[in-house]
Design a protein around this ligand. Structure first.
Ligand SMILES: *Cc1c(COP(=O)(O)O)cnc(C)c1O
Length: 490
């Protein structure tokens, strides 16, 4: 399968590229993204053949159906990363919580959030490709929480790849920070930055644009790549579990084979939802994809009204920080898929230059044939967490944003899968607070909740508080470059 560019071709880059090219050098013409030229068929025949497949068997055939230029052996090696999840036989439990509501738990990997679903296997593929080509890559990420730990975890001790994560000092939870700063390997660097997440992201942008830095990289023969959520190497692994969810409901007798279900996706950068869109288009019986947001409700406005408008918005810090996003990058791939490159370029340029774009009525109708959306504020989310605990299900604040969509956005009473994107252990202080438990810090909140509700704290989270800190550096923005150059010297 080939990949083409969402904003058209500039005459310099190739008009279409292979999967491996798209993931190693994800920057397309005019600031666009690479998107698949065609999609596989995941309709009746494919689904029938996989009703009883394990997650890994299904994953292998999904990747094969995309006809990517990655050898079977490497695909298998990548998928072995799912063996490190809690239950290697069933890495993604789909749990029934009400008669017509299932929760697909995407957080059973090593860093306890859904980023592992894609970053774990993606890391194996990217580093092997780099080794085969004899190339060295630097991956830099500014993170406010979940991407950092998952990126470090997947690339640690991998040849030909160096990773640097920048996080805002004081801007992550204790657990998220400890997951990063205790990750000790010679190819990893973690730097705390004085300032908030926006400052950190800004600092990374100016570093990547700096001539001095790029010259240093060139001299050391290091190429820049990215593992962010627009990399198609991540998106492809985020199609598998949507198919798996459908099959799990069929197996459980919740839906008759061929009949439709709803999916509810707690969304930020829209990577998870994009995976759902592709499998819907490829033939999986999905009535609609319901997009859940927090108070940063820009996606709700876009899907319900057809307007993507940054002008009057400021980022609101919420208790579901992984969804605190205003520029939701993967929406661009939906625009491209529906309206083509010329229109996508026009819309994205309007967003960059004027801070907004607006769809036509016909275009909005197109979007609404696949999506519907709503948002939930912190107070409402916390209430849902408490309510579900009464029914013995403990969910994190990101997952809790799904519940309003379940209650209000379904036009038909079809069986529904909501995605749980993080384990409660990553956001325990918010949950303790909602439950009226007094906790001074993450450690206390974890222990209180675990005792009160008789839930386990996974070993990997429990030991964080006693692990040696490997990365102590907290620097001003202007010191990041020096830190990086020192790191690359080693
Ligand atoms: C990244 C993340 C999201 C948002 O996913 P997108 O694919 O960016 O929409 C939601 N919840 C959690 C816990 C996350 O880490």
């Amino acid at each position: 399968m080939k990949f083409i560019e969402t904003r058209g071709n500039d005459g310099v880059k190739s008009k279409e590229v292979s999967f491996s090219e798209a993931i190693l050098s994800p920057m397309a013409s005019f600031g666009g993204l690479y998107s698949p030229k065609t999609l596989p068929d995941f309709g009746e025949e494919f689904l029938k053949a996989h009703i009883d497949s394990t997650y890994k068997e299904l994953a292998k055939d999904v990747l094969k159906a995309f006809e990517i230029d990655i050898e079977d052996e490497l695909i298998e090696q990548a998928l072995e990363r799912y063996d490190e999840f809690d239950d290697s036989e069933n890495p993604v439990p789909v749990v029934k919580v009400k008669d017509d509501l299932y929760i697909s738990e995407l957080y059973h990997g090593p860093t306890r959030a859904f980023k592992d679903m894609a970053l774990q296997p993606f890391g194996v593929i990217l580093s092997k490709l780099a080794q085969k080509r004899g190339e060295n890559y630097l991956i830099m990420a500014a993170t406010s929480g979940d991407t950092g730990p998952a990126t470090l975890e997947t690339f640690k001790n991998k040849d030909n790849i160096k990773v640097c994560c920048l996080y805002p000092d004081g801007g992550t939870s204790d657990v998220q920070r400890l997951q990063m700063v205790t990750e000790d390997a010679p190819n990893l660097k973690v730097i705390g930055v004085k300032g908030n997440f926006d400052d950190t992201q800004e600092a990374l942008k100016s570093l990547l644009a700096s001539e001095e830095f790029n010259k240093a990289l060139k001299e050391k023969n290091i190429k820049l790549s990215a593992a962010n959520s627009v990399n198609f190497g991540r998106i492809i692994f985020q199609t598998i579990y949507h198919i798996y969810s459908y099959l799990a409901l069929v197996r459980d007798g919740a839906v008759e084979f061929g009949k439709k279900i709803y999916l509810i996706v707690p969304s930020g950068n829209f990577g998870n939802a994009l995976g759902a869109y592709y499998v819907k288009k490829a033939g999986v019986p999905i009535e609609k994809i319901l997009i859940a947001s927090n108070s940063n409700s820009i996606l709700t406005e876009f899907i319900e009204e057809g307007r993507y408008d940054l002008r009057d918005r400021e980022l609101i810090k919420t208790k579901s920080p992984a969804m605190d996003i205003l520029k939701s990058s993967n929406v661009e791939r939906i625009l491209f898929d529906k309206f083509g490159a010329v229109r996508t370029k026009e819309l994205m340029e309007s967003l960059n230059n004027n801070g907004f774009y607006e769809l036509t009525k016909e275009e909005l109708k197109e979007i609404q044939s696949d999506f519907s959306a709503t948002f939930t504020n912190d107070e409402e989310s916390m209430k849902e967490i408490v309510q579900f605990l009464n029914e013995n299900y403990l969910m994190d604040p990101h997952t809790a944003t799904c519940i309003k969509a379940y209650r209000e956005k379904r036009e038909k009473m079809l069986p529904t899968v909501a995605y749980s994107t993080a384990e409660w252990t990553k956001f325990s202080p918010s949950i303790a607070n909602a439950l009226g438990l007094l906790a001074k810090n993450d450690k206390e909140a974890l222990n209180l909740i675990s005792q009160k509700f008789n839930v386990k704290i996974p070993h990997k989270i429990g030991i964080l508080f006693d692990k040696k800190i490997a990365h102590l550096k907290i620097v001003e923005k202007f010191d990041i470059m020096r830190e990086m150059l020192d790191f690359l010297e080693k």
